[in-house]
Design a protein around this ligand. Structure first.
Ligand code: GLA
Length: 730
């Protein structure tokens, strides 16, 4: 027994010798305006002491106390940069593991950190932590985007214990925010009702945002939020953090107001049914949590996110996009070559760049004539398309328009040849009845064979049709009966599904780096920056009612830039085509209508709008967004996109209220212009046969005037949507 104790002591001492002796190490992760500061405290624990505005003199971070509220009695509430479970922490942990010997506790001490500039304006700080008792290490990564004021944070876990370690919770980020009060704006939704905001004060205890849908992070409760500090932030004032998790599957974001009224934020993969068996020497890397801090309101936080996403995340985020005509609502499943040819010729007449063939073009044994059959059998349906996709691609090209297709490659219909051939590729429980979401099942992307199949489907179509110009990638089902027949670790399914999907997308992006890809999931069921690493754009909602879309797009715009937001003009809703077109212009514009049914004025208006769009789209896509008047709190919505050089702006105004319908009634103050510059204002998208009360006006205004006094866009019941082009006057 005595020998055993001596032996144990030796191991312990040896292990403790690894982590660095406690000292005054301070790690400042800084961007142009913000800082996250980690201090290694006396016990060697990495603690978050600041998240917010950057101090001009970094030496003064040394003056920061641990919020002054902590006493000896509260050591269990230490504000760890990665809180381990099982020992002295009594709040929500970031990390919970069962070690190889069964010990359910962890401790993480600081070892060292390093900082490197990974590219111009991007600085990566890595903090190395280690358990004093186990060969178990965690690395915390913080990528600081200097100009955009965005921090991308993730972690990795590795060990060399004798056997597998069970990871029960493995967060991406653990932050600590002291403020007097916290107001959380989170979002909820469902099909055709995406992104409804709710702002709540956080009270003592836990508030959790999460998803357990498997394939979609976003549908019911998006992984994106705004957190106001001290008091609710407005568009241009107040302290706010915009945060979002870059993961397309089950996620969990926890906000815990602790007994000292400080906020602990833990974001990562949802631990629900996802215990991960980590073998010795393997590394588990978590997805990234992205956030930006603004002390000048939600507007600045959004602009930071947009700039970051365009420059660093979304493929061709600063490039071009194609306008398109989609046939979904024009035909649903009922089409043939003749119908399609007529439609894409109409698309050419309208003036769009591409024709997008939606669902229903594939499967033969179980033809895809409605949404019950055929998913998985990605061969052209011989009855509808006897000459195949290649023929249509060529026909379209000779008509002067590009051609793209809809795919849903992660899915399988119970009635399909794929299901018959590979029942073990389907996610389902062996002893439970199958349960369907939109009459379909999900393929087991944790299986490398399924990954190869999905890659092969897309690659095969693109190889056969090298000029195919676009893919709309849909995902219409969630995961029920979550179980993998082939995965040696069934509890890895949720995590490895998403990893498998990303592997496929990564491989496709290597081979097809510039192919435009639309991220769709039964409307906006999957919109997150994990997937948007691969997709050039996303489909926010099947709800294309012009009025509803103002709200939906407004709420997406807190996190996602206009260049990635596909807005189509369809027959949904009661608004005239001008209104619907104006709304669709605030993003990546497209159509889903029968062009031949447009009357003369509607067609002329639409053709003209597309020409205007091609002139002004860069301002909308790459400019800074200023949300001037909120439809959530007034009868109007007003949004302004200003070019980086401040020489051009596009200003969109809508009447949204039903009461009195009074409209703008006076000047609206603009934002983001240069006070010294002079501007002209011209109305565009003027409907044929109407005149603009604005366009006779030859006045030149200074930016100072427009931002101090404002301008009246003259919105009223007869002019329910008004689009103004603002150009610098020479
Ligand atoms: C989903 C999409 C639609 C359409 C249909 C096709 O619902 O959101 O846009 O593509 O699938 O089945």
């Amino acid at each position: 027994m005595r020998n055993f104790c001596i032996f144990l002591t030796f191991i312990c001492l040896n292990a403790v010798a690894n982590p660095k002796a406690p000292g005054d190490t301070q790690i400042a992760i800084e961007t142009q305006k913000t800082a996250l500061v980690i201090r290694v405290d006396k016990a060697g624990d990495p603690t978050v002491i600041h998240l917010g505005k950057r101090l001009q003199n970094p030496a003064e971070y040394g003056l920061l106390s641990d919020n002054g509220k902590r006493g000896e009695d509260y050591t269990q509430l230490y504000n760890s940069a990665y809180t381990p479970a099982g020992a002295r922490n009594l709040l929500e942990p970031a990390l919970q593991v069962a070690h190889a010997d069964g010990n359910p506790s962890s401790d993480l001490k600081y070892v060292r950190h390093e900082t490197q500039t990974v590219s111009d304006g991007v600085v990566l700080t890595t903090v190395f932590l280690k358990d004093p008792q186990y060969p178990f290490e965690v690395k915390l990564f913080y990528k600081a985007y200097q100009q955009e004021d965005v921090i991308e944070q993730w972690s990795s876990i590795r060990h060399t214990e004798k056997k597998t370690v069970r990871l029960q919770k493995y967060a991406s980020a653990n932050l600590y925010i002291p403020a007097k009060n916290y107001y959380l704006t989170h979002f909820h939704g469902d099909w055709a009702k995406e992104m409804n905001p709710e702002e709540i004060p956080l009270t003592a205890g836990l508030k959790v945002l999460d998803s357990k849908l498997g394939t979609r992070a976003h549908l019911f409760q998006p992984p994106s939020f705004l957190l106001s500090l001290n008091k609710p932030a407005e568009e241009e004032t107040g302290e706010v953090i915009a945060g979002t998790l870059a993961w397309s599957g089950n996620y969990q974001i926890q906000f815990e107001v602790d007994p000292l009224r400080n906020l602990r934020l833990i974001a990562g993969i949802n631990p629900y049914a996802s215990e991960y068996m980590l073998a010795p020497d393997k590394e588990f890397v978590t997805p990234a949590f992205l956030y930006t801090y603004s002390d000048s309101g939600k507007g600045q936080a959004s602009r930071n996110m947009h700039r970051w996403a365009r420059k660093y995340r979304i493929p061709q985020g600063e490039g071009n996009r194609l306008t398109l005509l989609n046939n979904w609502e024009a035909t649903y499943f009922d089409f043939n070559e003749e119908k399609l040819t007529a439609l894409f010729k109409d698309g050419k007449k309208l003036g769009v760049d591409l024709f997008l063939l939606d669902d229903g073009w594939f499967a033969n044994k179980y033809p895809r004539n409605d949404d019950h059959t055929g998913l998985g059998d990605w061969q052209e349906n011989k009855q509808k398309l006897p000459h195949g996709l290649g023929y249509l691609v060529k026909e379209a090209e000779s008509a002067g328009i590009k051609f793209g297709i809809w795919l849903e490659p992660e899915m399988v219909s119970p009635k399909s040849e794929l299901y018959e051939k590979h029942p073990d590729w389907v996610i389902k429980l062996p002893n439970r009845p199958e349960y369907y979401f939109r009459n379909q099942l999900v393929l087991d992307l944790s299986n490398p064979k399924v990954q190869d199949f999905v890659y092969g489907v897309v690659d095969g179509i693109l190889t056969k049709n090298p000029t195919l110009g676009y893919i709309k990638w849909d995902c219409n089902a969630v995961i029920y009966n979550a179980y993998s027949a082939t995965n040696p670790n069934p509890s890895h399914l949720y995590v490895e599904y998403v990893q498998g999907l990303y592997k496929v997308l990564e491989k496709l992006r290597v081979k097809y780096p510039t192919l435009p890809l639309m991220l769709c999931s039964g409307g906006g069921g999957r919109v997150d920056y994990g997937a948007l690493k691969y997709f050039t754009e996303f489909w926010p909602s099947d709800n294309t009612d012009g009025l509803e879309r103002i709200f939906i797009q407004w709420n997406y715009s807190y996190f996602f830039p206009a260049i990635a937001m596909c807005n189509h003009i369809t027959d949904w809703g009661k608004q005239p085509i001008k209104f619907r077109t104006d709304v669709a212009m605030m993003g990546k514009m497209g159509y889903d209508i029968v062009v031949s049914k447009l009357d003369e004025k509607e067609l002329a208006f639409s053709q003209d709008a597309l020409k205007t769009y091609s002139r002004v789209k860069d301002v909308i896509w790459k400019g800074d967004l200023f949300r001037l008047v909120s439809p959530q709190t007034s009868d109007m919505a007003s949004l302004l996109y200003v070019s980086e050089k401040q020489d051009k702006a596009m200003w969109f105004n809508y009447l949204v209220g039903n009461r009195y319908r009074e409209g703008s009634q006076g000047a609206i103050r603009l934002s983001g212009l240069s006070p010294a510059k002079k501007y002209r204002i011209q109305e565009v998208n003027v409907y044929p046969g109407t005149t603009s009360p604005i366009n006779g006006n030859q006045v030149v205004y200074s930016g100072d005037y427009l931002m101090t006094v404002g301008f009246n866009p003259a919105v009223d019941a007869r002019r329910a949507s008004v689009v103004l082009e603002i150009t610098e006057a020479n």
